[in-house]
Design a protein around this ligand. Structure first.
Ligand SMILES: [Fe+2]
Ligand SMILES: [Fe+2]
Length: 289
């Protein structure tokens, strides 16, 4: 099955656009000022970086606009991914309630994307490789069986997403966007809760355990590899020497940030029981960079 992240977007004046807005009870508005910054340096820990501090005000602004755009583009793609995710899960679930929940959740993801898109100030582009999580999602949808997909997407990814969206909400300077993240968090709590409840009731066969191990390893790797803040800084602020990169990582507590991500994922895995699974992941050293 193909993922839906690169589905074609119709023009704004296409009749389906109006029908979609009506069905989603959505009134599109541009809710930002030109070049508005939603998250400042503190959100990206750049206030701790002497390299960032040494840039001119206009370069600093450009780095922040780029990072803001990437934060929203990532959210846009994750929500758009929910379309084919919902389709696969509705088809594969075997109870009326699970199928119904997936249909409703898919609708939530549509609304989340519509809300977020109102704050995106330039085209998102067609590249999903800018964040390692997105190609990992595509692979998971293609390869994972039903149970392994519930685990990797709803337990791990949406669980991690709650933590990520909460941080975006907390530090967001645009009140309307802050409210959007607040609403998304309410919905995502249910999506994640469904995954946790289902995983607790599943018995895992060997093939599923193997898939879960592989997909979790893939997600952990993608979350540990994500260093887009440094990439943006290099692209816009100028290249850094290897000793400057080391200094940058020390200043922003990069290792500690990675450790926090690992701890978060570990606690999500342990939430669903299946202790043997957790031990297997530890044994394969997937939490080590
Ligand atoms: Fe969502
Ligand atoms: Fe969700």
């Amino acid at each position: 099955m193909n993922h839906s992240m690169l589905a074609k977007d119709l023009d704004k004046d296409h009749p389906l656009q109006g029908l979609l807005n009506k069905a989603a009870a959505f009134v599109p508005e541009n809710l930002y000022k030109k070049d508005e910054i939603y998250w400042f340096e503190k959100h990206y820990k750049l206030d701790q970086s002497s390299f960032f501090g040494s840039l001119s005000p206009s370069l600093k602004n450009d780095v922040l606009l780029d990072l803001n755009h990437k934060s929203l583009s990532l959210a846009h793609y994750i929500e758009k991914f929910g379309l084919n995710y919902g389709a696969k899960m509705i088809l594969n679930a075997d109870t009326t309630e699970a199928k119904s929940l997936y249909a409703l959740f898919s609708g939530d993801e549509v609304k989340h994307r519509l809300w977020i898109d109102q704050f995106i100030q330039r085209p998102v582009g067609l590249d999903i490789d800018f964040h390692p999580l997105l190609p990992a999602l595509a692979l998971c949808l293609e390869k994972g069986n039903y149970t392994a997909t519930v685990f990797s997407i709803q337990v791990i990814l949406e669980g991690f997403g709650l933590y990520h969206y909460f941080q975006l909400k907390e530090t967001c300077q645009n009140l309307a966007l802050k409210e959007v993240f607040g609403q998304i968090l309410k919905d995502e709590t249910l999506h994640h809760g469904m995954g946790v409840a289902m995983m607790k009731s599943f018995t895992l066969d060997e093939e599923t355990k193997e898939q879960i191990t592989e997909l979790t390893a893939l997600f952990v790797k993608s979350l540990l590899e994500a260093d887009w803040v440094l990439k943006s800084l290099r692209q816009i602020g100028g290249d850094l020497t290897s000793s400057q990169v080391k200094q940058f990582k020390d200043e922003i507590d990069y290792e500690k940030q990675l450790q926090l991500r690992v701890e978060k994922i570990k606690s999500l895995i342990q939430k669903v029981g299946h202790q043997g699974l957790f031990e297997e992941l530890e044994r394969r050293k997937i939490f080590k960079k």
